[in-house]
Write a protein that binds this ligand. Sequence first.
Ligand SMILES: NC(=[NH2+])NCCC[C@H](N)C(=O)O
Length: 335
Amino acid sequence: MSTIHNKFLGTDVHLGVVAVGFSGGQGKSGVDAAPQALIEAGLLTALHEDLGFTIHHDGRVHDYTEYKPSSDPPLVVADAKMPMLRPKTVSAVTRALSEQVYEHAKEGRLVLTLGGDHSIAVGSISGVAKAVKQRLGKDLAVIWVDAHADINTPHSSGSGNIHGMPVAFLAGLAKPPKEDPSVFGWLDQEHHISPKKLVYIGLRDVDVPEKKILKENGIKAFSMHDVDRYGIGKIMDMALEYVGDSPIHLSFDVDALDPMWAPSTGTPVRGGLTLREGDFICECVHESGALVAMDLVEVNPHILDTTGFTGLMGASETVRAGCSLVRCALGESLL
Ligand SMILES: NC(=[NH2+])NCCC[C@H](N)C(=O)O
C-alpha cells in the first residue's frame, strides 16, 4: 500500500477500471486488443495484490458494438484539409465511456481507463471533469504525456483521425462541426477542461497548425527539448507547480516513450522518454497526492517492433512498459 494520502478521493483504496477495446480514432487495428493484453499480463492482479486496491471492474473489455452506427461515412467539413473519419462512431463510443467513467468518479474512486486509441480520452476526461466539478467544486487539471499534442481541430487535421483531436474538443477549442452537430454535440460545459489547466510532457511531433493553437491559447507544454534541457526531475517540479491545487487526470500515451521501450504503437516517434523517465513522471504524479484518474492508451500489441531493438518481443515489451507506468502512477515505488 502506498503511504501517500490522496487529497481528493474519499478513500484511497477504491479503483474503478474501464477497459476500452476501441480503435476507431485511427486506422490501424490492434490497439483495441491492448486492454486484454494488459490484463493478461497481470496488471489488475498486481494493483489488487501488491498495491491493495479494491477493484471495481465489470470484468469486460468493452467494444461498444451496440453504440456503433450502421453507417458512418467520412464527414466533409467546410474548409478542412481532410474529412473526419468515423465521426459518429467515435462520438457515440466516447459518450458511453464518459458515462461509465463518471459513474466511478462520482463515488470518489480513482479511475483507470485502459485504451484503446487516444480518442477515448474525450470520454474518460469529460466524465472525470464532470464528477470533479460536482463532487469537489474544482476544475480538473490534465497532464498529457505524449509524443503528439492531439490538439488538431477538424479543420487543422492533416489525417482526419480523431485520435489527433481529443484535446481540442475537451478544451472547447473545436466545436461540433456544423455539417453534423451531433458529432460531439453531447459535450457540454461540465465536461470541458480549461486550456489553462493542461500541461503536456514529451512532445516531439507537433503539426504546424497545432503549434499555432498551443501558442494562441497559452498552453503549457514541455517538449523533449525541455526534458533534455532541465532533466525530468525539474520538469515534474514545474509541471506540478503549474497544476497547483487541482485534482489531476494523467493521460499517458505509450508513444511518449521512445520506440526503443515501446515499439508496438501506431504512430511511434524517435527521440522519446526512457522507460525510467516515464515511470518517474508517474511516480511524481502519485506523490503529489492529487491523482484522480489515469488513461493508458495507444499500446498496439499487433504491431511488431520495426526498430529491430526488441524484434518479436516488441508487443510484450510495450505491454510490460504500459503495466509499469500504471503501477507507478498508482503507488508502486522502488523502495
Ligand atoms: N494519439 C496519437 N497517436 N495521435 C497521433 C496524431 C498524429 C497527427 N498529429 C494527426 O493529427 O493525425
